[in-house]
Ligand binder design. Sequence first.
Ligand code: ADP
Length: 247
Amino acid sequence: SKSKDFLLAVEGLTVSFDGFKAVDDLSFYLDPNEIRVIIGPNGAGKTTVLDLICGKTRATSGSIRFQGRELTKMKEHQIVHSGVGRKFQTPSVFEDLTVFENLEVSYPQGHSVMGALAFKRDLAVVEEIEAVARTIFLEDMLEQPASLLSHGQKQWLEIGMLLIQKPKLIMLDEPVAGMSVVERKKTAELLKVITHEHTVLVIEHDMQFVGDIADRVTVMHQGKVLSEGSIEHVKSDPKVIEVYLGH
Ligand code: ADP
């Protein structure tokens, strides 16, 4: 199989909703430690692809192989345990907990929110939390309640809550939505740093940001791959130009 050396191999993936193929015989392959961005017009099937990978939606046919394991038959929590993390567009942090506590409750082997408050902190865990806080630019905010963070800082905290679980694959849906220009630049830096240990799959509309982060871009249209390659390649592909200008 072609899927041998890939971190993630999506092959012939299809899902129908009442006969409508939202994802239609889709194949793409992620190398370890790359940043791949999926772009495409509204309704192209981008969100559905992430839903299929994380098990939120069941495929009608096709396969999703991740580190050699088939995900399409697995339950959502098994997919999380096998090393796939996903962040949705809207930040969902625990507003009343500090930045530190938000990271602590996300630590694997999950301490409950109440338990975390009384949890006797293990030095190794504290060091990991501090390292993640540095990565997400929040090392000086560890004792602040999350409610005091800006929208962008909450997005970073949510990325941190994924990082602390050490997933191999991190999927992000429009991570810079609502961010300032400076926050977008810092997010691009953050994503590049985390590719030392993670592979990143992003849905994004902001083409400036796509150009800043993408190793490769997969363009989706009507549930299929329309074009794939470097940002320069897909931007100059006549098929892509036609779809974007035609809308
Ligand atoms: P994108 O993220 O590229 O905007 P989506 O993946 O959200 O596209 O949607 C692709 C298509 O599938 C859309 O036409 C959408 O209405 C449809 N769709 C997505 N999820 C469902 C569902 N659960 N039931 C029915 N139709 C759906």
